[in-house]
Design a protein around this ligand. Structure first.
Ligand code: GLY
Length: 586
């Protein structure tokens, strides 16, 4: 068995015609720079090395879940069987993000048909949700209502999503793939440093609810590293799901617990809301980049559209020649990011309720028109583009995992409770933490959400609607076969993290370990700051400041879980930014 060894010392480290362009040198829109030189792995040159395997691989943010997924593969399960087993296991082992009470997206590549399907199990707003439900009497956004109250909870989709995937593409029964997660919840596991830190950081929101404290607190304080975390109620809920399927969650005893919890605390979710929850199979959003095909999550995620939009803007430029993380490359990518995030605020929402101009946003022609007016020697301040009022709160407690099996089927899943432990509310005796995904709606057009993201009418709250997401589970295909399977948590920063993973892999020929370990940067249009991780050269930062960027050194961004397939060999790596993540293969 091959397993990733963590190194604690890893630093290495249509629309935007609104942009006001100053009298500066614009980038020339060019024909795509077709193919970067194919870089071979040269072990003498690489500092970080991926895990290598030949028969199957899983990359998750929690080693216990990785082990469960690999075991399913070894027992003959396919990538979907493993992905569903991991989905339940992370609800136990990574309770701040893994979940039954949240939602997410799954990309499934079926080797036999060559098709990739985008499975949408995003939360839905309850039927009683309304556009202004998060505004106070003065019409201002009421602080915290969309985050830490029962009104913050969207109708969860994860259990329906997992069941749907397993029935449609899996080969094992639900009882079999869920059993390891039940055992883990029943017997417990030792709280890691990372989980203890997350619990401590969320003490206030978790500590408000007795049902939550009963699980995650000991003697009035959050569990500490080294404590045992057993989740017997969660184990019992999963036993019910094993026996009755998703019906237990949406119509049965678990539904009763959720509805009772809501009724007690003025929440909106009813039994009808749960019974009406629907998983949707969607056509992925597709693009091309230097001879590769990029296949990603369509709306209600903004991720796929904007990764492809930005790649289109980069394709005419020779990033490789500019140099990785050079001031020139960072400027080109940052200006492209700004334009994409501005479009996000205007055009993106639930496609079942709003018409998203997906074709236009992902067309090469549109990208060329944006690039043609893009100044790179003196940047346009975002506030000259449209007004905004950024909010400092940030969190990136979503999680991503990737699986490839021996037959070449590939699965990329990103799912979430939204913020760390979601709303912090455990529903009755179910042991199930509930999301606060309603905050991903735009509570009031122009006012930022918890990620500082601005939204418009397209993402206004509405009954039965799915809030806009940035989650970007993505496959990059070469000759129709998975070449890169990737994704990340990180809220608004997911899109730019996935973008940099693709660019690092294609333009700079990095292996998954090098691509994950490289320092990242991020710009989301508003707030108007170029956010960077440590590891950039001071010389580069001086050059970027001279161009007019407001540089903000902030905590690490994203935690990718990437598997690359080259010549039928699997190369994988769990982002070093989370010490608990492990890639494992056989
Ligand atoms: N809750 C974060 C996202 O879906 O983008």
């Amino acid at each position: 068995m091959l397993i990733q060894i963590k190194r604690s010392t890893l630093v290495a480290s249509l629309a935007l015609a609104l942009v006001v362009v100053g009298p500066v040198t614009p980038v020339q829109a060019k024909a795509p720079v077709a193919q970067m030189p194919q870089v071979k792995y040269d072990y003498n040159m690489d500092i970080f090395h991926p895990v290598i395997a030949h028969n199957g691989m899983v990359a998750t943010e929690q080693h216990l879940a990785s082990a469960i997924g690999l075991d399913i593969l070894k027992k003959g399960g396919n990538a979907v069987d493993a992905a569903v087993g991991i989905g339940f296991a992370l609800a136990v082992a990574l309770p701040n993000a893994g979940n039954l009470g949240g939602g997410g997206f799954m990309m499934v590549h079926d080797k036999d048909s060559g098709q990739t399907i985008a499975l949408d199990f995003r939360e839905m707003a309850p039927a009683k949700a309304s556009r202004d439900m998060y505004l106070d009497e003065q019409g201002n956004v009421a602080g915290g209502r969309s985050l830490y109250t029962h009104l913050a909870v969207g109708v969860p989709g994860t259990v329906a999503g997992m069941e749907h995937a397993l029935k449609k593409w899996g080969s094992m029964p639900l009882e079999q793939v869920i059993q390891p997660a039940i055992d883990l919840a029943e017997n417990g596991y030792i709280v890691s440093n990372a989980l203890a830190e997350n619990l401590a950081a969320t003490k206030e929101s978790l500590g408000k609810w007795d049902t939550t404290k009963a699980i995650f607190f000991k003697e009035g304080e959050p569990l500490k590293a080294g404590d045992l975390l057993a989740q017997k109620d969660l184990a019992a809920s999963m036993r019910l799901i094993a026996k009755e399927g998703a019906a237990a969650f949406y119509q049965g005893a678990i539904a009763d617990q959720i509805v009772e919890e809501m009724a007690k605390h003025d929440g909106l979710i009813t039994k009808e809301d749960l019974a009406n929850y629907k998983v949707v199979e969607r056509e992925p959003v597709k693009g091309t980049y230097r001879g590769y095909e990029v296949v990603s999550m369509p709306p209600p995620s903004s991720g796929g559209i904007h990764v492809i939009q930005i790649l289109n803007m980069l394709e005419g430029q020779n990033l490789n020649e500019m140099g990785h993380n050079s001031a020139k490359a960072v400027t080109l990518m940052t200006e492209s990011m700004k334009r994409a995030y501005a479009d996000r605020s205007e055009y993106l929402g639930d496609p079942d309720f709003t018409k998203v101009p997906q074709k236009g946003l992902t067309s090469k022609g549109y990208a060329n028109s944006l690039v043609a007016g893009m100044p790179l020697d003196k940047v346009t301040p975002a506030r000259e583009i449209l007004p905004g009022k950024p909010q400092p709160y940030e969190s990136d407690q979503t999680t991503h995992y990737s699986v490839v099996d021996k037959n070449g089927n590939a699965v990329a899943v990103t799912y979430t409770l939204n913020l760390n432990f979601g709303s912090g509310i455990v529903a009755g005796n179910s042991g199930i933490l509930l999301n606060n995904e309603m905050d991903d709606f735009s509570a009031k057009p122009g006012v930022p959400n918890a990620f500082g993201l601005i939204g418009g009418d397209a993402n206004a709250v509405g009954p039965g609607k799915r809030p806009l997401s940035s989650m970007t589970p993505t496959l990059v295909l070469k000759d129709g076969k998975p070449w890169l399977v990737t994704g990340s948590p990180g809220g608004a920063r997911i899109i730019t993290t996935v973008l940099q993973t693709i660019v690092n892999s294609i333009d700079f020929g990095m292996n998954p370990a090098e691509a994950a370990s490289a320092p990242r940067f991020h710009h989301q249009w508003l707030p108007d700051e170029l956010r960077i991780e440590k590891g950039f050269s001071p010389d580069t930062l001086v050059l970027l400041k001279e161009k007019g960027y407001e540089i903000a050194l902030k905590p690490a961004m994203g935690r990718t879980q990437t598997i690359q397939v080259r010549d039928n060999v699997l190369y994988g790596y769990s982002d070093p930014r989370n010490p608990d993540g492990v890639t494992i293969g056989y």
